[in-house]
Design a protein around this ligand. Structure first.
Ligand SMILES: NC(=O)c1ccc[n+]([C@@H]2O[C@H](COP(=O)([O-])OP(=O)(O)OC[C@H]3O[C@@H](n4cnc5c(N)ncnc54)[C@H](OP(=O)(O)O)[C@@H]3O)[C@@H](O)[C@H]2O)c1
Length: 430
């Protein structure tokens, strides 16, 4: 006769159902910062139940930390191997990543990627391929490294309307801004320090000109709002032209400059997305997100505000997100893209933003069409007032080339709000 009490038999059942499944066989494409970080995590977690069976890299001449026989130089061999349960794509070439990932999805496979540029550029097709062929693509590592933001938005907040999702999505530019803010270091030495510490690439354009956080904002727009955007639709202004003057201006008001990616549901029910430097005061949770850290604020309709902060890059933090995706795949998780099934939300750039602009280019000042100017300092060459978002989009390349620096104050209003014909418009502050 069994001596198990009902409680004990429940515990035995729970233990039996936790018997580990057969180890997942992983094909790893890319063995750089993220690939090695993820490999090391799996090595440290032998009980996790996954093994890297095969590794594909590109350069046969590169010294490796594992024996040469562990590597192939033809990623297609992994695509052709039916014994691999999951493919993890962590290469640094967006076009090749799309070829590999889309081929794997056409085979109906389970795939993990960290490539935000690739996902942002091809999201509609990647969603369609999963529907057509039954495969699964997860990409938590593509947005804010270790911060579990995509699954939070997709699964947890899949039904709840969100007022905004905003944050610091790029650790390299945040590190540079932190250095500049601490001791008046200028941009070039702050960037050189970030590069020396491995926080910024040798070609820093993607990070410093805010292309990288723009890709991340585009990905979040799909999960948080069900809006599929082309990256070019989103304004991205970076910090390449920032100077100690701009940092000092922010400091006068007790503020910091941060590159803020913001997805905002406007009072008229439309969505706008902006990625620009912004003045951030102590009242914001982003004020304390310094160095190479990332932070995300979710303003949910019913849950209210929530804040996540963590490391946005690096081998182990990013490898941790890949590990979480692997565990999710084992549980048959897939993104629901629930909000893509809702009535489509309109995306708008028909707005005016209050900005601080520092430039010596008179033509640019005319072209941007400032209204409601509240400050203008000739000696420092800056002006504060409202400009149409469409004008900033149209002239964003000219702004970069003219060494101009733009930061948002956070105030936003519908286009032509200054017009006397339309006096009762709503201004909002983010
Ligand atoms: N680094 C981070 O902290 C971070 C954070 C979030 C997301 N990500 C994303 O993760 C991905 C990988 O970044 P990473 O920093 O790990 O790059 P990385 O250090 O430059 O390493 C890239 C790896 O990809 C391999 N590779 C390139 N082309 C290949 C091809 N055609 N076939 C097979 N292997 C190929 C390289 O091979 P060789 O070794 O032979 O050169 C290298 O092992 C990127 O999409 C990046 O945006 C990175």
């Amino acid at each position: 006769m069994s001596s198990l009490s009902p409680i004990n038999s429940g515990a035995a059942f729970a233990r039996a159902s936790l018997v580990p499944p057969a180890p997942l066989r992983v094909g790893l494409i890319g063995f750089g910062c993220v690939g090695q970080g993820f490999y090391d995590i799996l090595w440290r977690l032998p009980g996790f139940g996954a093994e890297v069976r095969r590794i594909a890299v590109k350069n046969p001449a590169k010294p490796r930390t594992l024996p040469a026989e562990r590597f192939t130089y033809h990623a297609d061999e992994l695509l052709a191997d039916p014994e691999l349960d999951v493919l993890v794509e962590v290469i640094d070439d967006a076009a090749e990543a799309f070829r590999l990932v889309s081929t794997a999805l056409r085979q109906g496979r389970r795939v993990i990627t960290a490539n935000k540029a690739m996902v942002a550029q091809h999201l509609p097709e990647l969603v369609a391929l999963q529907h057509q062929h039954g495969g699964t693509l997860l990409y938590e590592a593509a947005v804010c490294g270790s911060i579990p933001i995509i699954r939070t938005l997709d699964a947890y907040f899949g039904q709840e309307p969100l007022r905004s999702v905003s944050g610091i999505f790029n650790g390299s530019s945040n590190y540079v801004l932190t250095r500049m803010g601490l001791d008046g270091t200028d941009y070039a030495p702050a960037l050189a320090e970030a590069q020396a510490k491995g926080f910024a690439e040798s070609d820093p354009t993607l990070d410093m000109a805010a292309f990288d956080p723009r890709s991340k904002a585009v990905i979040l727009a799909a999960h948080a709002y069900g809006v599929l955007l082309a990256p070019e639709q989103v304004l991205n202004l970076g910090i390449e032209n920032i100077s100690a003057t701009d940092i000092a201006y922010a400091g006068l008001e007790g503020q910091k400059i941060k590159v803020v990616a913001g997805l905002y549901l406007l009072p008229n029910g439309q969505l706008t997305v902006l990625v620009t430097p912004q003045f951030v005061g102590r009242e914001s949770a982003l004020y304390g997100v310094d160095e190479e850290f990332n932070g995300v604020i979710i303003e949910a309709e019913f849950a209210g505000p929530q804040f996540l902060r963590g490391r946005g890059a690096g081998g182990h933090p990013t490898g941790s997100a890949v590990l979480a995706d692997l565990a999710a795949l084992r549980g048959d998780f897939r993104y629901a893209y629930a909000k893509l099934r809702n009535a489509p939300l309109a995306y708008t750039t028909d707005l005016e933003l209050e900005i601080y602009l520092r430039t010596t280019d008179e033509l640019l000042l005319d072209q941007l069409g400032f209204t409601d100017i509240t400050e203008e300092a000739d000696e420092d060459g800056y002006i504060v007032g409202y400009v149409p978002l469409d004008a900033l989009l149209q002239h964003r390349d000219a702004l970069r080339q003219a060494s101009a620096f733009v930061a948002r104050t956070g105030n936003v209003r519908p286009a032509a709000a200054h017009s006397e014909e339309q006096p009762t418009v709503e201004e909002v502050s983010y």
